[in-house]
Design a protein around this ligand. Structure first.
Ligand SMILES: [Zn+2]
Length: 415
Protein backbone atom coordinates (compact mmCIF):
# COMPACT_ATOMS: atom_id res chain seq x y z
CA UNK A 1 0.00 0.00 0.00
CA UNK A 2 1.28 3.42 -0.88
CA UNK A 3 -2.01 5.01 -0.06
CA UNK A 4 -1.03 8.01 1.87
CA UNK A 5 -1.07 8.30 5.56
CA UNK A 6 -4.07 10.30 6.64
CA UNK A 7 -3.24 13.95 6.46
CA UNK A 8 -3.84 16.34 9.32
CA UNK A 9 -7.13 18.18 9.59
CA UNK A 10 -8.45 20.82 11.94
CA UNK A 11 -11.99 20.88 13.36
CA UNK A 12 -14.51 22.28 10.89
CA UNK A 13 -15.56 25.27 13.00
CA UNK A 14 -11.93 26.20 13.58
CA UNK A 15 -11.24 26.10 9.83
CA UNK A 16 -14.23 28.34 9.10
CA UNK A 17 -13.24 30.83 11.78
CA UNK A 18 -9.96 31.54 10.01
CA UNK A 19 -10.66 30.95 6.32
CA UNK A 20 -13.26 31.52 3.60
CA UNK A 21 -13.77 28.51 1.32
CA UNK A 22 -13.94 29.05 -2.44
CA UNK A 23 -15.85 26.24 -4.08
CA UNK A 24 -16.10 25.21 -7.72
CA UNK A 25 -17.86 22.16 -9.12
CA UNK A 26 -17.35 20.39 -12.42
CA UNK A 27 -20.01 17.86 -13.29
CA UNK A 28 -19.64 15.39 -16.15
CA UNK A 29 -22.85 13.91 -17.39
CA UNK A 30 -23.10 11.10 -19.92
CA UNK A 31 -25.83 11.70 -22.45
CA UNK A 32 -28.29 8.89 -23.15
CA UNK A 33 -28.01 9.07 -26.93
CA UNK A 34 -28.40 5.73 -28.71
CA UNK A 35 -25.03 6.16 -30.42
CA UNK A 36 -21.66 7.69 -29.54
CA UNK A 37 -20.70 11.34 -30.08
CA UNK A 38 -18.59 10.91 -33.22
CA UNK A 39 -19.48 7.47 -34.60
CA UNK A 40 -22.43 5.11 -34.92
CA UNK A 41 -21.44 2.69 -32.16
CA UNK A 42 -24.11 1.76 -29.61
CA UNK A 43 -23.89 3.06 -26.05
CA UNK A 44 -25.62 0.24 -24.15
CA UNK A 45 -24.38 0.03 -20.57
CA UNK A 46 -23.00 -3.32 -19.44
CA UNK A 47 -22.36 -4.79 -22.90
CA UNK A 48 -19.57 -7.32 -23.52
CA UNK A 49 -16.23 -5.42 -23.30
CA UNK A 50 -14.98 -4.01 -26.61
CA UNK A 51 -18.11 -5.06 -28.48
CA UNK A 52 -19.28 -1.48 -29.12
CA UNK A 53 -16.26 -0.07 -30.92
CA UNK A 54 -15.24 0.94 -34.46
CA UNK A 55 -12.25 2.56 -36.19
CA UNK A 56 -13.42 6.05 -35.18
CA UNK A 57 -13.73 5.49 -31.43
CA UNK A 58 -10.63 3.27 -31.46
CA UNK A 59 -8.67 6.08 -33.10
CA UNK A 60 -7.46 3.96 -36.01
CA UNK A 61 -5.52 5.77 -38.76
CA UNK A 62 -7.68 7.48 -41.32
CA UNK A 63 -10.94 7.16 -39.41
CA UNK A 64 -13.01 10.33 -39.55
CA UNK A 65 -15.51 11.46 -36.92
CA UNK A 66 -19.01 12.84 -37.60
CA UNK A 67 -20.89 14.83 -34.95
CA UNK A 68 -23.98 13.29 -33.38
CA UNK A 69 -26.79 15.80 -33.91
CA UNK A 70 -28.77 14.46 -30.98
CA UNK A 71 -25.74 15.07 -28.74
CA UNK A 72 -25.60 18.70 -29.86
CA UNK A 73 -29.34 19.07 -29.27
CA UNK A 74 -28.99 17.70 -25.73
CA UNK A 75 -26.08 20.07 -25.07
CA UNK A 76 -28.15 23.05 -26.19
CA UNK A 77 -31.14 21.98 -24.10
CA UNK A 78 -28.90 21.63 -21.03
CA UNK A 79 -27.41 25.05 -21.72
CA UNK A 80 -30.84 26.64 -22.06
CA UNK A 81 -32.14 24.96 -18.90
CA UNK A 82 -29.11 26.40 -17.08
CA UNK A 83 -30.01 29.89 -18.34
CA UNK A 84 -26.85 30.01 -20.48
CA UNK A 85 -26.09 31.90 -23.66
CA UNK A 86 -25.88 29.52 -26.61
CA UNK A 87 -22.91 30.15 -28.90
CA UNK A 88 -24.06 30.91 -32.46
CA UNK A 89 -20.82 29.30 -33.64
CA UNK A 90 -18.36 27.07 -31.82
CA UNK A 91 -15.79 24.38 -32.44
CA UNK A 92 -14.42 21.22 -30.96
CA UNK A 93 -10.83 21.13 -29.77
CA UNK A 94 -8.25 18.43 -29.20
CA UNK A 95 -7.07 18.04 -25.62
CA UNK A 96 -3.81 16.16 -25.93
CA UNK A 97 -2.61 13.75 -23.29
CA UNK A 98 -1.80 10.08 -23.01
CA UNK A 99 -3.94 7.67 -21.08
CA UNK A 100 -4.15 3.93 -21.80
CA UNK A 101 -7.94 3.98 -22.00
CA UNK A 102 -7.97 6.90 -24.44
CA UNK A 103 -7.04 5.33 -27.78
CA UNK A 104 -6.65 8.51 -29.84
CA UNK A 105 -4.15 10.07 -27.41
CA UNK A 106 -6.36 13.13 -27.37
CA UNK A 107 -9.84 13.79 -26.15
CA UNK A 108 -12.21 15.61 -28.44
CA UNK A 109 -13.55 18.39 -26.25
CA UNK A 110 -14.23 22.11 -26.39
CA UNK A 111 -11.79 24.67 -25.10
CA UNK A 112 -12.26 28.40 -25.57
CA UNK A 113 -15.44 28.02 -27.63
CA UNK A 114 -17.99 26.16 -25.48
CA UNK A 115 -21.49 25.70 -26.85
CA UNK A 116 -23.10 27.23 -23.71
CA UNK A 117 -21.78 29.81 -21.25
CA UNK A 118 -22.73 32.39 -18.59
CA UNK A 119 -25.73 30.80 -16.94
CA UNK A 120 -27.06 30.17 -13.47
CA UNK A 121 -28.96 27.60 -11.44
CA UNK A 122 -31.00 28.50 -8.36
CA UNK A 123 -30.59 25.95 -5.61
CA UNK A 124 -32.96 25.54 -2.65
CA UNK A 125 -31.23 24.89 0.65
CA UNK A 126 -32.56 22.99 3.65
CA UNK A 127 -33.78 26.15 5.41
CA UNK A 128 -35.86 27.17 2.41
CA UNK A 129 -33.51 29.89 1.20
CA UNK A 130 -32.22 29.95 -2.37
CA UNK A 131 -28.58 30.18 -3.45
CA UNK A 132 -27.77 31.15 -7.02
CA UNK A 133 -24.90 29.14 -8.50
CA UNK A 134 -23.32 30.88 -11.48
CA UNK A 135 -22.47 28.64 -14.41
CA UNK A 136 -19.27 29.37 -16.28
CA UNK A 137 -19.86 27.02 -19.19
CA UNK A 138 -21.30 23.76 -20.41
CA UNK A 139 -19.30 22.12 -23.17
CA UNK A 140 -19.41 18.97 -25.26
CA UNK A 141 -16.79 16.26 -25.12
CA UNK A 142 -16.41 12.49 -25.22
CA UNK A 143 -15.83 9.93 -22.51
CA UNK A 144 -12.71 7.75 -22.33
CA UNK A 145 -12.63 3.97 -22.13
CA UNK A 146 -12.47 2.17 -18.83
CA UNK A 147 -9.48 0.46 -17.21
CA UNK A 148 -9.87 -2.40 -14.77
CA UNK A 149 -6.83 -3.22 -12.64
CA UNK A 150 -6.75 -6.89 -11.73
CA UNK A 151 -4.97 -8.78 -8.98
CA UNK A 152 -4.56 -6.09 -6.33
CA UNK A 153 -6.55 -5.64 -3.16
CA UNK A 154 -7.90 -2.17 -3.86
CA UNK A 155 -8.78 -2.24 -7.55
CA UNK A 156 -6.29 0.59 -8.09
CA UNK A 157 -3.29 0.18 -10.36
CA UNK A 158 -0.88 -0.14 -7.48
CA UNK A 159 -0.54 -3.79 -6.52
CA UNK A 160 -2.33 -5.02 -9.64
CA UNK A 161 -0.83 -7.83 -11.71
CA UNK A 162 -2.33 -6.63 -14.98
CA UNK A 163 -4.89 -4.24 -16.40
CA UNK A 164 -7.79 -4.69 -18.81
CA UNK A 165 -9.15 -1.97 -21.05
CA UNK A 166 -12.72 -1.72 -22.32
CA UNK A 167 -13.28 0.84 -25.08
CA UNK A 168 -17.08 0.58 -25.12
CA UNK A 169 -17.26 3.85 -23.17
CA UNK A 170 -14.73 5.65 -25.41
CA UNK A 171 -16.62 8.25 -27.41
CA UNK A 172 -19.84 8.30 -25.39
CA UNK A 173 -21.05 11.91 -25.36
CA UNK A 174 -20.37 13.89 -22.22
CA UNK A 175 -21.39 17.36 -21.19
CA UNK A 176 -19.11 19.05 -18.70
CA UNK A 177 -20.85 21.70 -16.63
CA UNK A 178 -18.51 24.08 -14.80
CA UNK A 179 -19.56 26.56 -12.15
CA UNK A 180 -17.93 29.90 -11.52
CA UNK A 181 -16.02 30.00 -8.22
CA UNK A 182 -18.47 30.32 -5.32
CA UNK A 183 -17.21 32.85 -2.81
CA UNK A 184 -18.86 33.73 0.48
CA UNK A 185 -20.62 30.41 1.02
CA UNK A 186 -18.76 30.04 4.33
CA UNK A 187 -19.87 27.16 6.51
CA UNK A 188 -22.64 26.33 4.04
CA UNK A 189 -20.21 25.37 1.26
CA UNK A 190 -20.69 21.59 1.76
CA UNK A 191 -24.49 21.94 1.85
CA UNK A 192 -24.51 24.18 -1.23
CA UNK A 193 -22.33 21.70 -3.12
CA UNK A 194 -24.70 18.87 -2.31
CA UNK A 195 -27.83 20.89 -3.11
CA UNK A 196 -26.35 22.06 -6.41
CA UNK A 197 -25.54 18.55 -7.59
CA UNK A 198 -28.99 17.32 -6.45
CA UNK A 199 -30.75 20.18 -8.26
CA UNK A 200 -28.68 19.64 -11.38
CA UNK A 201 -29.43 15.91 -11.32
CA UNK A 202 -33.18 16.58 -11.06
CA UNK A 203 -32.99 19.09 -13.90
CA UNK A 204 -31.08 16.71 -16.20
CA UNK A 205 -33.54 13.92 -15.39
CA UNK A 206 -36.47 16.21 -16.23
CA UNK A 207 -34.78 17.08 -19.54
CA UNK A 208 -34.50 13.34 -20.26
CA UNK A 209 -30.93 13.76 -21.57
CA UNK A 210 -29.20 11.32 -19.22
CA UNK A 211 -30.06 8.60 -16.76
CA UNK A 212 -27.95 10.57 -14.20
CA UNK A 213 -26.93 7.50 -12.19
CA UNK A 214 -24.10 8.69 -9.98
CA UNK A 215 -23.40 5.17 -8.72
CA UNK A 216 -22.93 3.92 -12.31
CA UNK A 217 -20.80 6.90 -13.25
CA UNK A 218 -23.19 8.47 -15.76
CA UNK A 219 -22.99 11.61 -13.60
CA UNK A 220 -19.69 12.40 -11.89
CA UNK A 221 -18.64 15.38 -9.82
CA UNK A 222 -15.21 16.93 -9.37
CA UNK A 223 -14.87 19.20 -6.35
CA UNK A 224 -12.52 22.18 -6.59
CA UNK A 225 -11.73 23.80 -3.31
CA UNK A 226 -9.39 26.44 -1.98
CA UNK A 227 -9.27 28.58 1.14
CA UNK A 228 -8.33 32.18 1.64
CA UNK A 229 -7.88 33.99 4.93
CA UNK A 230 -11.15 35.53 6.12
CA UNK A 231 -11.63 38.89 4.43
CA UNK A 232 -8.97 38.30 1.76
CA UNK A 233 -9.80 38.67 -1.91
CA UNK A 234 -7.09 36.58 -3.54
CA UNK A 235 -7.90 32.91 -4.06
CA UNK A 236 -5.64 30.29 -2.51
CA UNK A 237 -4.27 27.23 -4.30
CA UNK A 238 -6.98 24.75 -5.10
CA UNK A 239 -7.23 21.00 -5.03
CA UNK A 240 -9.48 19.02 -7.37
CA UNK A 241 -11.09 15.92 -5.90
CA UNK A 242 -12.12 13.68 -8.81
CA UNK A 243 -15.15 11.52 -9.44
CA UNK A 244 -17.12 11.93 -6.26
CA UNK A 245 -20.05 9.67 -6.93
CA UNK A 246 -22.87 10.35 -4.49
CA UNK A 247 -24.61 13.42 -3.13
CA UNK A 248 -23.53 12.60 0.40
CA UNK A 249 -19.93 12.15 -0.74
CA UNK A 250 -19.95 15.56 -2.45
CA UNK A 251 -20.91 17.16 0.86
CA UNK A 252 -18.35 15.15 2.83
CA UNK A 253 -15.53 15.77 0.33
CA UNK A 254 -16.01 19.55 0.49
CA UNK A 255 -16.02 19.42 4.27
CA UNK A 256 -12.92 17.24 4.45
CA UNK A 257 -10.98 19.41 2.01
CA UNK A 258 -11.83 22.56 4.02
CA UNK A 259 -10.45 20.88 7.13
CA UNK A 260 -7.35 19.56 5.35
CA UNK A 261 -6.47 22.84 3.62
CA UNK A 262 -6.93 24.71 6.90
CA UNK A 263 -4.51 22.38 8.68
CA UNK A 264 -1.85 22.97 6.01
CA UNK A 265 -2.30 26.74 5.97
CA UNK A 266 -2.50 27.06 9.76
CA UNK A 267 0.84 25.27 10.12
CA UNK A 268 2.48 27.67 7.66
CA UNK A 269 2.53 25.19 4.77
CA UNK A 270 1.30 25.69 1.24
CA UNK A 271 -1.36 23.68 -0.55
CA UNK A 272 -0.24 21.67 -3.58
CA UNK A 273 -2.25 22.15 -6.77
CA UNK A 274 -3.20 18.56 -7.52
CA UNK A 275 -5.98 16.15 -8.24
CA UNK A 276 -7.11 13.98 -5.35
CA UNK A 277 -8.98 10.72 -4.90
CA UNK A 278 -12.06 10.48 -2.70
CA UNK A 279 -12.38 7.42 -0.45
CA UNK A 280 -15.99 6.69 0.31
CA UNK A 281 -15.22 4.19 3.07
CA UNK A 282 -12.91 6.37 5.15
CA UNK A 283 -14.29 9.78 4.19
CA UNK A 284 -10.91 11.23 3.25
CA UNK A 285 -9.10 12.33 0.09
CA UNK A 286 -5.59 11.27 -0.90
CA UNK A 287 -3.11 12.76 -3.33
CA UNK A 288 -3.50 11.83 -7.00
CA UNK A 289 -1.30 13.61 -9.51
CA UNK A 290 -0.14 17.16 -9.87
CA UNK A 291 -2.70 19.09 -11.81
CA UNK A 292 -1.75 20.06 -15.33
CA UNK A 293 -2.38 23.56 -16.57
CA UNK A 294 -4.39 24.13 -19.71
CA UNK A 295 -1.25 24.88 -21.75
CA UNK A 296 0.10 21.40 -21.01
CA UNK A 297 -2.75 19.91 -23.03
CA UNK A 298 -1.77 21.79 -26.22
CA UNK A 299 -5.38 22.43 -27.13
CA UNK A 300 -6.03 23.23 -30.77
CA UNK A 301 -9.16 23.34 -32.94
CA UNK A 302 -10.20 19.87 -34.13
CA UNK A 303 -9.40 19.79 -37.87
CA UNK A 304 -11.58 16.76 -38.67
CA UNK A 305 -14.89 18.25 -37.52
CA UNK A 306 -16.81 21.16 -38.97
CA UNK A 307 -17.76 24.00 -36.60
CA UNK A 308 -21.16 23.84 -34.90
CA UNK A 309 -23.47 26.71 -35.83
CA UNK A 310 -26.93 25.99 -34.42
CA UNK A 311 -29.65 27.87 -36.30
CA UNK A 312 -31.31 30.53 -34.15
CA UNK A 313 -34.81 29.22 -34.86
CA UNK A 314 -33.75 25.69 -33.82
CA UNK A 315 -32.41 27.05 -30.52
CA UNK A 316 -35.67 28.95 -29.98
CA UNK A 317 -37.73 25.82 -30.66
CA UNK A 318 -35.61 23.93 -28.14
CA UNK A 319 -36.07 26.75 -25.61
CA UNK A 320 -39.84 26.65 -26.02
CA UNK A 321 -39.94 22.89 -25.57
CA UNK A 322 -38.04 22.85 -22.25
CA UNK A 323 -39.91 21.05 -19.47
CA UNK A 324 -41.15 22.87 -16.41
CA UNK A 325 -38.19 23.21 -13.99
CA UNK A 326 -38.42 20.54 -11.26
CA UNK A 327 -38.60 23.02 -8.35
CA UNK A 328 -41.40 24.99 -10.02
CA UNK A 329 -43.23 21.76 -10.78
CA UNK A 330 -43.02 20.67 -7.15
CA UNK A 331 -44.40 24.01 -5.97
CA UNK A 332 -47.24 23.87 -8.50
CA UNK A 333 -48.22 20.30 -7.62
CA UNK A 334 -48.06 21.00 -3.88
CA UNK A 335 -50.46 23.92 -4.42
CA UNK A 336 -52.81 21.83 -6.55
CA UNK A 337 -52.80 18.88 -4.17
CA UNK A 338 -52.92 20.86 -0.93
CA UNK A 339 -50.15 18.82 0.72
CA UNK A 340 -48.41 20.13 3.83
CA UNK A 341 -44.67 20.86 3.45
CA UNK A 342 -43.71 17.71 5.31
CA UNK A 343 -46.06 15.53 3.26
CA UNK A 344 -44.66 16.99 0.06
CA UNK A 345 -41.07 16.43 1.17
CA UNK A 346 -41.78 12.79 2.01
CA UNK A 347 -43.44 12.27 -1.37
CA UNK A 348 -40.48 13.84 -3.22
CA UNK A 349 -37.87 11.96 -1.19
CA UNK A 350 -39.63 8.66 -1.85
CA UNK A 351 -39.70 9.42 -5.58
CA UNK A 352 -43.51 9.29 -5.70
CA UNK A 353 -44.20 12.52 -7.59
CA UNK A 354 -44.75 10.96 -11.02
CA UNK A 355 -46.79 8.09 -9.64
CA UNK A 356 -49.10 10.37 -7.66
CA UNK A 357 -49.49 12.73 -10.59
CA UNK A 358 -50.54 9.83 -12.83
CA UNK A 359 -52.89 8.48 -10.19
CA UNK A 360 -54.56 11.87 -9.65
CA UNK A 361 -54.85 12.31 -13.42
CA UNK A 362 -56.63 8.95 -13.52
CA UNK A 363 -59.25 10.31 -11.11
CA UNK A 364 -58.00 9.64 -7.56
CA UNK A 365 -58.10 12.33 -4.90
CA UNK A 366 -54.64 13.78 -4.07
CA UNK A 367 -54.94 12.68 -0.44
CA UNK A 368 -56.08 9.20 -1.47
CA UNK A 369 -53.27 8.83 -4.01
CA UNK A 370 -50.67 9.82 -1.44
CA UNK A 371 -52.01 7.35 1.12
CA UNK A 372 -52.14 4.59 -1.48
CA UNK A 373 -48.55 4.98 -2.67
CA UNK A 374 -46.86 5.94 0.61
CA UNK A 375 -48.93 3.52 2.71
CA UNK A 376 -50.13 0.29 1.18
CA UNK A 377 -47.75 0.11 -1.78
CA UNK A 378 -44.74 1.33 0.24
CA UNK A 379 -45.42 -1.47 2.75
CA UNK A 380 -45.45 -4.11 0.02
CA UNK A 381 -42.39 -2.66 -1.76
CA UNK A 382 -40.54 -2.54 1.52
CA UNK A 383 -41.34 -6.20 2.18
CA UNK A 384 -40.00 -6.91 -1.30
CA UNK A 385 -36.80 -4.96 -0.58
CA UNK A 386 -37.32 -2.27 -3.20
CA UNK A 387 -38.31 1.38 -3.37
CA UNK A 388 -41.78 2.21 -4.59
CA UNK A 389 -40.92 3.54 -8.08
CA UNK A 390 -38.86 0.43 -8.87
CA UNK A 391 -41.60 -1.75 -7.43
CA UNK A 392 -44.28 0.02 -9.44
CA UNK A 393 -42.21 -0.13 -12.64
CA UNK A 394 -41.06 -3.72 -12.26
CA UNK A 395 -43.76 -5.54 -14.21
CA UNK A 396 -43.33 -3.20 -17.15
CA UNK A 397 -39.55 -3.21 -17.26
CA UNK A 398 -37.91 -4.92 -20.20
CA UNK A 399 -35.32 -7.49 -19.27
CA UNK A 400 -31.89 -6.06 -20.01
CA UNK A 401 -29.67 -8.24 -22.20
CA UNK A 402 -26.54 -9.16 -20.36
CA UNK A 403 -23.33 -10.43 -21.91
CA UNK A 404 -24.99 -10.20 -25.30
CA UNK A 405 -23.39 -9.37 -28.58
CA UNK A 406 -22.89 -5.70 -29.26
CA UNK A 407 -23.53 -3.87 -32.47
CA UNK A 408 -20.94 -4.89 -35.01
CA UNK A 409 -21.93 -2.94 -38.08
CA UNK A 410 -21.00 0.71 -38.37
CA UNK A 411 -23.54 3.29 -39.38
CA UNK A 412 -23.48 7.00 -39.74
CA UNK A 413 -24.65 8.58 -36.51
CA UNK A 414 -28.29 9.45 -36.68
CA UNK A 415 -29.10 10.19 -33.08
ZN1 LIG B 1 -17.30 3.77 -32.73
Amino acid sequence: MTQATTEATVPYEEALAAYDPVLGLEVHVELNTATKMFCGCATTFGAQPNSQVCPVCLGLPGALPVVNEKGVESAIRIGLALNCEIAPWCRFARKNYFYPDMPKNFQTSQYDEPIAFDGHLDVELDDGTTYRVLIERAHMEEDTGKSTHVGGATGRIHGATHSLVDYNRAGIPLIEIVTKPMVGAGERAPEIARAYVATLRDLLAALGVSDVRMEQGSMRCDVNLSLMPTGADRFGTRSETKNVNSLRSVERAVRFEIQRHAAILASGGSVTQETRHWHEDTGITTSGREKSDAEDYRYFPEPDLVPIAPAADWVERLRESLPEPPAARRRRLQGEWGYADLEMRDVVNAGLLDLIEETVAAGASPAGARKWWSGEIARRANADGRDVPAYAAAPRRDPRPCGGVGVVGHQRPTQ
